[in-house]
Structures are given as structure tokens and as C-alpha cells.
Design a binder for this molecule. Structure first.
Ligand code: ATP
Ligand code: MG
Length: 398
């Protein structure tokens, strides 16, 4: 018998047990729900050191046969089959363990942010325009007009810095119409966003990010060890500060001289191998992203001493991008110029820009993909395994 606490052996001995009970349990399909009452005995051979000798059994819900997906099968099923029958798949203790890790990370992040004086916020997910480029926007019919699903809370968390909230965080869904089918993209993901006012350069943002990650992984490990979760052992020892690798240095590792476009998946993997070998830390920052690479990110803050570079960074884990962030441009005139440079019209951002008109401190923050972090920490080959009911170009059900 299995429940959320684990599996317990129920033993019926032929000849000794009530024949009616024997007949009932003998033909009962796997995964049915039963209530069993009986005497608990010590047993050397049973997995918890105990077994239950049933006296009364009540069948609560009979499972249909055959099961479309085995729960205790040794042979692994294809991911597609597993996701098609996700409720049965989630019954596997090894799959449930992923979501216990996920929940521990979420509560760890909340606790760490609260201890650091951050306020939890919730920003709109139905928007008139996007912040992360038009290509991945999902339009939705909105009464007589059109709206878009939020790709990130970017503009709103900055506006709340303008509102004087100073330190905010949000854990919420983000939507991106990702046309390509990869193991690291889904169309609905959970974004952990933070924004911090009165920063003194990008390292204030990186320091906060590595700090909350360190707190969160430490507290999650303790919590999961107490719960005997097998994923606890795989969580890394956190050593801060994480290494900081300039974009140009990483490019030179790949013999790349053109610094005007972003690293692709293969580049990120190759950089990850070198970085982890060199610095011995699965986490590392790629820093000083060139302005040319961040051309579409109109709100990115550029370096005053060298405007060809932004203060932007990515946080990667063994070659997988987990987060992106940096200081923002907080001066209205420069922000408007950057919006125009990105080929956009400042007039369509008037609600956002108003937040910069009446006093806006220097600020910065990041967006971190919770699903990517779970994928990395649980060593999942596919990000879809990190979500209960993942959504992608081809999957809207179950
Ligand atoms: P990538 O280059 O990997 O497509 P991105 O740079 O476009 O990601 P950002 O705009 O920087 O993504 O978003 C911040 C974080 O949100 C990313 O670092 C990643 O962890 C997560 N993220 C972004 N898009 C997706 C997606 N489609 N599926 C899952 N997580 C995502
Ligand atoms: Mg990014």
C-alpha cells in the first residue's frame, strides 16, 4: 500500500487469512484505493521493518484495467506517454520527489526574500504590450480588442520601484510563444523576478541573486533530507561568490571574435564545461553583456565608462541559463532614446515611462526560471519533467 508517507507491506498468508479477503485482494487491480485495518507486526524483510496483517479491507475505488501507464514498472516509459497520463506518472515516488524539491525551493525563496526585506508582489498577466520582443507574444482576444499574455513582469516591477517599494519579488507564470521544440523551453513557465532600488552597480544585483540562491538551496537540502527525499543528496554545496566570467572571455574560449550576438545552446554548453572545470562551481555568472547583444532589451542599463557594454549578466548552471538580469536605465531621456533605438515608440510605453518622471532611483533585478532551476538541480533531461502539466507548442492537455 502506498500513500504520501511511503509504501507499507500488507501480507496475506494463504491458508491462514480469511479466504474472502484473499480472493478480494488477489484479484484487485493495481492502483486501486483500499482501506485496510489489521495488526502491525515487526518484519525483518519488509521495507519499513513492519508489515500489516489485514483483518478488514474496504475497497474505496477500483482502478480500471489495463493501466495506460505502469506506476511500479521498472521499464521507463517515453516522456510523451508519461505526460499523456500525467496523473498516473505523478504517483511514482521518484516523480513526486521532483515536486517536493520544487515546493521546497519556492518556500525557500519566499523565506529568503522576506528575511531580506523584499515585498511579494503580483503584477498583471494580461497586457496591452510586451516587454521582451514581439516574436514570443501570445495574443488573446480581449472583448472587442486584443491583449497579450505577459512574457515577464519586467515593466511592472520597475514601476513598483518608482512607487517606492524599493525591494520587490514575484513568483508567477510567464508566457512565451516559443516556436521551437527544445528541452529547455516551454510556453508557460514560472518566473522568479526581483527588483531592487538604490543599487550601486550590477554587483549589488548579482550579490542579492547568489545570496537568495544560497539560502534557498541550503534550506531546501535540510528540508528534503528530513523528508528522505532522494534528490537532497544531489543538491550542490553552495560556494559564494559565484565565478564572474566576462562575455568576451567566454567568447574567446569558443574562439569567437564577433561579440554582437548571443550564445546559442551549444555555446552555453561548451562554456559550461570549461567554466565548471576551471572554477569548480556549477553556478557561474556571464557578465558584461555587449550592448549589441542586448539591443532588444531597451531597459538594460549600459556602463557609463563604456556604453558598448551593458551591466547585464546571465546566471548559468552547468551550461544551462537559469536567470538573466542587471541594472536598468533609470534616466528618462536615455530610456526613451533606448526605446527608439530598439525600433519601438516611447508613446506606447507611456504608463511605464510615467514611473520615471517623478523620481526614480537607480535599480536593477533579474528574472529566474524556476522550471530551469528544478531541471538543473534534479538533473532532468527535459524541462517538461519539472512542471506538473507542461505546456508547449504541441501540448495543451492534460
Ligand atoms: P533563452 O535564451 O534560454 O531562450 P531568454 O534569455 O530568452 O532565455 P529571459 O528573457 O532572460 O529568457 O528570461 C529569464 C529567465 O526565464 C531565463 O533565464 C530562463 O530561466 C527563463 N525562461 C525564459 N524563457 C523560458 C521558456 N520558454 N521556458 C522556460 N524558461 C524560460
Ligand atoms: Mg536570458
Amino acid at each position: 500500500m502506498r500513500d504520501r508517507s511511503g509504501t507499507t507491506q500488507v501480507t496475506l498468508k494463504k491458508g491462514q487469512a480469511d479466504p474472502a479477503l484473499f480472493a478480494l485482494l488477489g484479484e484487485l487491480p493495481r492502483e486501486s484505493i483500499v482501506e485496510v485495518e489489521g495488526a502491525v507486526h515487526r518484519s525483518e524483510r519488509a521495507n519499513r521493518g513492519i508489515e500489516l496483517l489485514p483483518e478488514r479491507v474496504r475497497l474505496i475505488s477500483r482502478a480500471e484495467v489495463p493501466l495506460p501507464l505502469g506506476v511500479v514498472d521498472k521499464v521507463p516509459a517515453e516522456l510523451d506517454t508519461r505526460l499523456n497520463h500525467r496523473v498516473l506518472d505523478l504517483r511514482k515516488p521518484s516523480v513526486r520527489a521532483i515536486f517536493e524539491l520544487r515546493a521546497a525551493l519556492l518556500s525557500g525563496f519566499r523565506q529568503s526574500f522576506i528575511e531580506r526585506g523584499f515585498l511579494e508582489i503580483e503584477t498583471p498577466k494580461l497586457l496591452r504590450q510586451g516587454a521582451e520582443g514581439g516574436a514570443t507574444l501570445f495574443p488573446v482576444q480581449y472583448f472587442e480588442g486584443r491583449a497579450f499574455l505577459a512574457q515577464s513582469p519586467q515593466l511592472y516591477k520597475q514601476m513598483l520601484i518608482g512607487a517606492g517599494f524599493e525591494r520587490v519579488f514575484e513568483i508567477a507564470p510567464a508566457f512565451r510563444a516559443e516556436p521551437s521544440d527544445t528541452v529547455r523551453h516551454i510556453t508557460e513557465f514560472t518566473s522568479l523576478d526581483a527588483e531592487i532600488g538604490y543599487i550601486d552597480g550590477p554587483d549589488d544585483v548579482r550579490g542579492a541573486l547568489e545570496g537568495v540562491i544560497a539560502d534557498t538551496i541550503r534550506s531546501s537540502r535540510e528540508q528534503l533530507l528530513r523528508a528522505d527525499n532522494p534528490l537532497a543528496a544531489g543538491l550542490p554545496e553552495i560556494v559564494v561568490p559565484f565565478p564572474r566570467i566576462p562575455f568576451a572571455t567566454a567568447a574567446s574560449w569558443l574562439d569567437r571574435t564577433d561579440l554582437s550576438h548571443d550564445f546559442g545552446t551549444e555555446d552555453e554548453r561548451a562554456i559550461g564545461e570549461i567554466a565548471v572545470e576551471r572554477f569548480g562551481n556549477p553556478f557561474y555568472f556571464l557578465i558584461d553583456y555587449p550592448t549589441a547583444v542586448k539591443a532588444g532589451t531597451f531597459y538594460a542599463g549600459r556602463r557609463d565608462d563604456d556604453p558598448s557594454l551593458t551591466g547585464y549578466f546571465d546566471l548559468d548552471y552547468e551550461g544551462l541559463e537559469i536567470a538573466s538580469g542587471g541594472p536598468r536605465e533609470h534616466r528618462l531621456d536615455r530610456l526613451e532614446a533606448q526605446i527608439r533605438e530598439a525600433g519601438l515608440d516611447p508613446a506606447s510605453f507611456s504608463g511605464y515611462l510615467e514611473a520615471f518622471r517623478y523620481g526614480m532611483p537607480p535599480h536593477g533585478g533579474w528574472g529566474l526560471g524556476i522550471d530551469r532551476l528544478v531541471q538543473a538541480l534534479a538533473r532532468l533531461p527535459n524541462i517538461r519533467e519539472a512542471r506538473l502539466f507542461p505546456r508547449d507548442r504541441y501540448r495543451l492537455e492534460p
